[in-house]
Structures are given as structure tokens and as C-alpha cells.
Design a protein around this ligand. Structure first.
Ligand code: B1M
Length: 214
């Protein structure tokens, strides 16, 4: 669809006003919000990633595109809310130590909140101590960790080991995600589950908590 293509381009070119009005138009045309997110906004960020890898974009361009993505996603966010659902469980979520990428994590959080879960966002660059302390205090059903760098994803294992040392591992389900992470890695480090995208993350949390869908 032409408008979705224009939306990816607006993210790629850092055009905030244009991206926001395209999202509004697409919603007015009754295009599914997940399609707008995946085929418009996320596709645009993937294109930014390709340019960055190719050395055609530098950090300022990537940051500008991230700002556009956040701003446009804000309009979309409310459309993922499942009206009338009460809290279905508590989730604590953060991007691991050394990693500042939060766009994907924020989308996962918005989708989980939309699905009725109560989410505490620990932000980015979160160390194992902070994860563990929050699990102790908040007693969430699920702990979610995000990593976008191959250099930071091994840190997820450290967090799981720290949970074990503190005797908390059996009290919380651990899920992991982020572009370099996969199912195999998740199983290797002893996580309870892996989700490829935000939609899958919601299904996974529902499954782990055995929450009825719908
Ligand atoms: Co960075 N960056 N970056 N970056 N950046 C990547 C990840 C990279 C692949 C770009 C590239 O080279 N092509 C590369 C990593 C290479 C690698 O490790 N193999 C990279 C690099 C190298 C870096 C720096 C080291 C660059 C430098 O300084 N020289 C640096 C590191 C900083 C740090 O973290 N310490 C850096 C910095 C940045 C910015 C700050 C400029 C910015 C982040 C802004 C922000 O997040 N607020 C940025 C961005 C934007 C990107 C790219 C372009 C886009 C990431 C993104 O937001 N994607 C990225 C290239 C790419 O991925 N195509 C890149 C959109 C987002 C919706 O997808 O995050 O994958 P994603 O989330 C998805 C799923 O993964 C999943 O659901 C989400 C929604 O569907 N998911 C989960 C995510 N977390 C989940 C958790 C779950 C479940 C599912 O459960 C808990």
C-alpha cells in the first residue's frame, strides 16, 4: 500500500509531522494498527538500520528516525488497548546493561499494557542487581529482558544466574527478546521463553501465565 510505503520513507528521512499525519490517515482508512506498525514504522527503522550498516547514515540520522518512530507510535499506541480488560498479571521489563536501545522494548510494553498486563518499565542499561531488586520488591509474574546488541545479549544469562543465586528464579518466568536473540539462545541461557516481536510477546506472556485469550 502506497501510504505504508510513504510512512516507512518518512521514518527513514526523519520527517516527524509527515509520519504522524500518515499514521492518522491510515487509521482513518481503517488500516489495521499492527500493519501500520510492522509494514510502516518498523519497516522504516529496518531501512535506517541498513543505511547505518552500509555507512550511509550516522548516529544523528538514526536518532532522528528513532524520535519520529516514537512520536508516530504514540498515536498508534491507544489502538492496541483491549477495552474492558482488568490486570492480568504483573510484568517487569528492561533493556540489559550496556544497551541503550529501547524502541522495541517500549512497543512490547505498550502491547502488553494494551492486553491488560501491569508493566513496570526499568528503562535501559539495567544491571542484574536492579533486575533482582525489582523482582524481590514487585514480585512480578514475568521478567522481560530486551537486548539489541550481540555484545549485550550474554548479559541476560548473568541476570538469570543472579536470580538463581538469590533463590528467586522459580518465582518468576523469564522472557527475552530483541533482534539478535533467538529461541535457541533463550533456551541455552535458561529463559522460559523467547518472542520475536511484540505481538508474540503478548501471546507468550499469556501462555506462560495461562491466561485465557479474549
Ligand atoms: Co543501534 N545498532 N547502536 N542505535 N540501532 C543496531 C541494533 C544495529 C543492528 C545497527 C546496524 O549495525 N545495522 C547495530 C548492532 C550490531 C550488533 O550488535 N550486531 C547497532 C549498533 C552497532 C549501535 C551502536 C554500537 C552504534 C555506535 O555507537 N557506534 C550504539 C550502541 C549504543 C548502546 O546501546 N550502548 C547504537 C546506538 C543506537 C541509537 C541510540 C542511535 C538508536 C537507539 C535509539 C533508541 O532505542 N532509543 C539506535 C537504533 C535506532 C538502531 C536500529 C537502527 C533500529 C533499532 C530499532 O529500534 N528497531 C538498529 C538496526 C535494526 O535493528 N534494524 C540498530 C525497531 C524496533 C521496533 O525493533 O528493537 O528489534 P526491535 O524490537 C522488536 C523485536 O526485536 C522484539 O519486539 C520489537 C517489536 O516488534 N523485541 C522483543 C525487542 N525486545 C523484546 C523483548 C521481548 C520480546 C520481544 O521480551 C522481553
Amino acid at each position: 500500500m502506497h501510504e505504508l510505503h510513504l510512512l516507512s520513507q518518512a521514518v527513514l528521512e526523519g520527517k516527524e509531522d509527515e509520519a504522524r499525519s500518515l499514521v492518522q490517515n491510515l487509521l482513518a482508512m481503517n488500516v489495521n494498527p499492527s500493519r501500520i506498525l510492522n509494514e510502516g514504522l518498523i519497516k522504516g527503522m529496518d531501512m535506517v538500520g541498513e543505511k547505518f550498516r552500509a555507512g550511509e547514515y550516522y548516529l544523528p540520522e538514526v536518532l532522528l528516525a528513532s524520535k519520529v518512530m516514537h512520536s508516530a507510535f504514540d498515536i498508534l499506541k491507544s489502538r492496541f488497548v483491549d477495552v474492558g480488560i482488568r490486570t492480568r498479571g504483573k510484568v517487569v521489563m528492561g533493556t540489559v546493561k550496556g544497551d541503550l536501545h529501547d524502541i522495541g522494548k517500549n512497543i512490547v510494553i505498550a502491547m502488553l499494557e494494551g492486553a491488560g498486563f501491569d508493566v513496570v518499565d526499568l528503562g535501559v542499561d539495567v544491571d542484574s542487581r536492579t533486575f533482582v531488586e525489582n523482582v524481590q520488591e514487585i514480585e512480578p509474574h514475568v521478567l522481560g529482558m530486551s537486548a539489541l546488541l550481540t555484545t549485550t545479549m550474554p548479559y541476560m544469562k548473568e541476570v538469570i544466574e543472579e536470580l538463581e543465586r538469590e533463590g528467586l528464579r522459580k518465582r518468576v518466568k523469564v522472557i527475552v527478546g530483541g533482534a539478535p536473540v533467538n529461541e535457541r539462545f533463550a533456551m541455552e541461557i535458561g529463559a522460559d521463553g523467547y518472542a520475536e516481536d511484540a505481538g508474540e510477546a503478548v501471546q507468550l506472556v499469556r501462555k506462560l501465565l495461562d491466561v485465557e485469550v479474549g
